[in-house]
Design a protein around this ligand. Structure first.
Ligand SMILES: NC(=O)c1ccc[n+]([C@@H]2O[C@H](COP(=O)([O-])OP(=O)(O)OC[C@H]3O[C@@H](n4cnc5c(N)ncnc54)[C@H](O)[C@@H]3O)[C@@H](O)[C@H]2O)c1
Length: 344
C-alpha cells in the first residue's frame, strides 16, 4: 500500500513508519517539526528511518537511504499543500497522527489545540475524500473521556464533559471523522489511545518525565497524594493494533464505515507502582512529594483504564505487554539515549 503518515517525526509516527517500511509499504511522512525544544529528538527519529536531517527543506521530499520512505516538512494546516500532496501521490491510506498534545499546555494555550487537532484533521479528511483514499486512520485520546467517565472506559460512554481543550479538540475531530464517514463513505478507524510509552517517547509524557526526574534527582509530585490509576500501554501493542486496523477493511454493508476502539493494556496500574518499576529498572530511587491537588482541577482523571472488549471482538486483537516486562526495556533505552540523543 501507499500510505501517508502525518506527525511522522513524532513518537508514534516514528514507530509506525518503521513497521510499515519493514512490511514493504511505500510511505510518505510529513511533519512541521514544530516545538523547538523537541526538534533534535524528531531529527534523531527521522535519521533512524534513514533520512538525513541536513537534507530536510521546507516542502521538498528527503528520501530515506534505507527504505521506500520520503519525508517532507509540511504543515497539516496548509490545506493547499495537503491537497496537492494527496493529489500527486494518490494514497491508499492516511494515518493521521499530527497533533499538539498535553493537558496543561491546552489549559494555558487553548487556540492551537483547536487549530491543529480539529481544523488540521478536517484538512486531512478533505484531502482524503477528494483523492479517493480508501482508509483513514485517526489517533484520538483516552482524554476524551471527560468528567463523567468511569473506569474501565468504553467507546459508548457518555463523554459530553471534556476537561480541557486537548480532550475537546480530539472529541471534535472524532465527530468530524464520523460525519465524513457518513456523508462520503470514507472508511475511518479511530484508536483512542491510553498513555503510550516506549523508546523515542514524547518528552512531555508521564513515563519520560518520571524517568528524567529519577535520574536528575528532581522531586516527582504525586497529585491526589498518589491515588491515581493509569493504563500504561507499551508502544509495540499500539503499533500491532494499528497494523491490524490498517489491514482490516471498515466496510459494514449498509452501515457507516466507521470504527472506534479504546486501545490500552486494560490493566489498572497504580501510579506509584509504575514509578517503583522505573526506579528498579534505573537502579535509583525517586524523590516523591505528596500533593493534594484534585486531578479534576487540572484536567486529569483519578482512575483511567480501557475496556478493550470491542477491540478484541471486532479486530481480534488485544494488547499483551504488562508494564513489569515493558518498563525495563523502556528504562534501558532511556539510560542509553538520555543526554546522548536528547535532553528534556
Ligand atoms: N503518546 C500517547 O500516549 C498518546 C495518547 C493519546 C493520543 N495520542 C495521539 O497520538 C498521536 C501521536 O502522538 P505522539 O505521542 O506520537 O505525539 P508527538 O508529539 O510525538 O507527535 C506528533 C507530531 O505531530 C507533529 N505536528 C504537530 N503539529 C503539526 C502540524 N500542524 N503539521 C504537521 N505536523 C505537526 C509534531 O511535530 C509531532 O512530531 C497524536 O495525535 C496524539 O494526540 C498519543
Amino acid at each position: 500500500m501507499k500510505i501517508l503518515v502525518t506527525g511522522a517525526a513524532g513518537f508514534i509516527g516514528y514507530h509506525v513508519i518503521n513497521r510499515l517500511i519493514n512490511e514493504g509499504h511505500t510511505v510518505v511522512g510529513i511533519d512541521n517539526l514544530c516545538e523547538p525544544d523537541t526538534v533534535d529528538l524528531k531529527k534523531v527519529r527521522l535519521s533512524l528511518l534513514g533520512v538525513n536531517p541536513d537534507a530536510i527543506k521546507d516542502g521538498i521530499p528527503a528520501r530515506s537511504a534505507i527504505a521506500v520512505f520520503d519525508f517532507i516538512k509540511l504543515d497539516v494546516l496548509d490545506r493547499n499543500d495537503m491537497m496537492q500532496l494527496c493529489n500527486e501521490c494518490r494514497f491508499d491510506a492516511i494515518i493521521h497522527l499530527a497533533a499538539i498534545t498535553g493537558t496543561q499546555l491546552a489549559i494555558n494555550y487553548p487556540t492551537p489545540f483547536h487549530n491543529i487537532n480539529t481544523s488540521g484533521t478536517v484538512n486531512m479528511l478533505e484531502a482524503a475524500r477528494l483523492t479517493g483514499v480508501k482508509h483513514f486512520f485517526f489517533a484520538s485520546s483516552s482524554k476524551v473521556h471527560g468528567r463523567l467517565a468511569q473506569a474501565p472506559m468504553k467507546e459508548n460512554d457518555n463523554i459530553d464533559e471534556p476537561m480541557c481543550m486537548y480532550a475537546a479538540s480530539k472529541r471534535a475531530a472524532e465527530l468530524l471523522c464520523y460525519a465524513y464517514a457518513n456523508s462520503y463513505r470514507l472508511p475511518i478507524t479511530i484508536f483512542r489511545l491510553f498513555t503510550t510509552y516506549g523508546s523515542w517517547c514524547r518528552p512531555n509524557s508521564e513515563p519520560m518525565r518520571i524517568a528524567h526526574d529519577i535520574l536528575e534527582e528532581k522531586p516527582i509530585k504525586l497529585i491526589n497524594n498518589g491515588h491515581l490509576v493509569r493504563d500504561f500501554t507499551y508502544i509495540d501493542d499500539v503499533i500491532d493494533g494499528m497494523m491490524f486496523a490498517i489491514n482490516t477493511p471498515v466496510h459494514k454493508s449498509g452501515q457507516v464505515p466507521y470504527a472506534l476502539y479504546n486501545v490500552g493494556r486494560s490493566t489498572p496500574v497504580p501510579y506509584l507502582s509504575f514509578i517503583q518499576s522505573i526506579e528498579q529498572a534505573l537502579g535509583k530511587s525517586a524523590i516523591i512529594e505528596q500533593d493534594a491537588t484534585n486531578p479534576f482541577t487540572i484536567g486529569e482523571h483519578v482512575e483511567m483504564y480501557a475496556d478493550t472488549s470491542k477491540l478484541e471482538s471486532e479486530l481480534a486483537y488485544s494488547p499483551v505487554w504488562d508494564y513489569e516486562e515493558a518498563v525495563p526495556l523502556f528504562a534501558q533505552w532511556f539510560k542509553e539515549n538520555y543526554k546522548v540523543n536528547f535532553t528534556i
